[in-house]
Design a protein around this ligand. Structure first.
Ligand SMILES: Cc1ncc(COP(=O)(O)O)c(C=O)c1O
Length: 433
């Protein structure tokens, strides 16, 4: 990609950027609009990751641009105890569309912060400190959220917070828990997981934090019934339940909130990436009873950008567009088209071991051998490189798997889904040669 090899650009990048996530992709992004970004060669690259899984309305959606432009001119940022109309209106709208009685909302900037806010509140109101999380979770890089994150290596950063306990993530494809017929036996796995939790617990269980579909862990979709059974286990132990809907929230999975498929309402629900559709905005939702108790105990989660008007105005517009343009239904429909196309590829490529997920959050699991299900991370990296050369941005999960996370904007057109499938087809063909 010659135009992207601008030596001065890369020299400056090497000299001055911290490598916060391994190697950078070998392209220079110049502009982004709709479902594409444009590189330094003027190539249009189809964004099959919606930025960092966030830009569900595509890039520079005209209505978001208009709101952001007006807000930066009229009402941008305030002292954190000053309220404004966009903040109160967004909190009310989120409460209205959220499941159950999650009527109290804290607006912050990032997913890690929103989870931190929920974890701190759960600790304060229960008086306990133990936090259970899934073995392939990702909840953020700040202290509490990182202590509940297991999909990335914990090596080198010292002790996590005391009381960090882990449950086996529900992996329908590779679980070691299988019944006599070879089917995934999630009930036994969950029983076993909680047996271990009970043995490790010092009697101070505060909360269990869960992504309704574990995205960074490899698009692990709990089977139907799992989440309800998990909620019951939490209830039995007086633990609170936190759903992290950073990636699944606001329509992507074909429900406005992924937990609606499971019919379970948690004590806390967090939103981030999709709420700002690419701008930094996050929310922590809880019930009035819990929030009253937390306030009585002096709950503190005071940040520089708590209740900032500009991102709140953007969030209001994001939800308005999702509801008005029926993007949740669109995600369900286009997700079926995408899944069917991937299944067709699976018939032609033995290296596609599994396809899973819901709506426009799908996983494509590449293996060396379908029988042993041995992951093929090297092949996945080669396919990702070929996709980029062919004009599509993709995401391979970390941690030694060969799993693509496919999460295009909800504004993607059917023809662009087909284009993405065609690029996958050609990239697979080139990479396995
Ligand atoms: C499910 C989930 N929760 C939380 C986070 C952390 O969000 P942020 O990077 O905005 O702190 C992520 C980021 O990938 C995520 O996928």
């Amino acid at each position: 990609m010659p135009g992207n090899s601008d030596p001065e650009f890369w020299r400056k990048a090497r000299a001055h950027l911290v490598r916060y996530g391994g190697a950078f992709a070998p392209v220079i992004a110049e502009r982004a609009a709709g479902n594409y970004f444009t590189d330094a060669e003027g190539r249009q690259i189809l964004d099959f990751t919606s930025g960092q899984m966030s830009a569900i309305l595509g890039h520079s959606h005209p209505e978001i641009v208009a709101v952001a432009r007006r807000s930066i001119e009229e009402l941008d940022h305030l002292y954190s105890t000053i309220l404004s109309r966009p903040v109160v209106d967004l909190a009310a709208l989120i409460a209205e569309v959220a499941p159950g009685k999650l009527d109290r909302v804290l607006l912050v900037s990032t997913g890690g912060e929103s989870n931190e806010a929920a974890l701190r509140m759960a600790k304060l109101v229960t008086g306990h400190h133990e936090i259970v999380a899934m073995s392939r979770s990702w909840h953020g890089v700040t202290g509490g959220a990182a202590s509940a994150t297991y999909s990335n290596s914990r090596r080198g950063y010292g002790p996590p917070q005391p009381g960090a306990l882990v449950l086996p993530a529900p992996d329908t494809y590779r679980s070691r828990f299988v019944d006599g017929s070879g089917a995934y036996d999630w009930r036994s796995e969950l029983e076993f997981g909680f047996e271990l939790v009970d043995r490790q617990s010092t009697g101070a269980l505060a909360a269990c934090i869960v992504e309704p579909i574990l995205s960074s862990g490899g698009v692990l979709e709990p089977p139907e019934g799992y989440v309800a059974a998990l909620a019951e286990k939490c209830r039995e132990r007086d633990m609170q339940l936190i759903f992290d809907e950073a990636q699944t929230g606001l329509g992507r999975t074909g429900h406005l909130f992924a937990c609606q498929r499971d019919g379970v309402v948690p004590q806390y629900l967090t939103l981030s990436k999709t709420l700002g559709a690419g701008l930094p905005l996050a929310a922590m939702l809880t019930t009035p009873e819990i929030e009253d108790e937390a306030a009585a105990r002096g709950y503190l989660f005071y940040t520089t950008h708590a209740s900032d008007p500009l991102p709140a105005a953007v969030g209001l517009k994001v939800i308005e567009v999702i509801l008005r343009d029926r993007l949740t239904e669109r995600a369900a429909e286009l997700g079926q088209r995408l899944k069917a196309g991937l299944q067709t590829l699976q018939q032609r490529y033995d290296c596609i071991g599994d396809i899973r997920g819901r709506g426009l959050l799908l996983g494509l699991d590449l293996v060396k051998d379908r029988r042993t299900k041995t992951p093929d991370p090297e092949l996945a990296q080669r396919v990702a490189r070929e996709c980029l050369v062919l004009g599509m941005m993709t995401s391979v999960v970390r941690g030694g798997f060969g799993i693509f996370r496919i999460a295009p904007p909800l504004t993607i057109e059917a023809g662009e889904i087909d284009l993405g499938l065609e690029i996958f087809d050609r990239a697979l063909g080139r990479a396995i040669r």
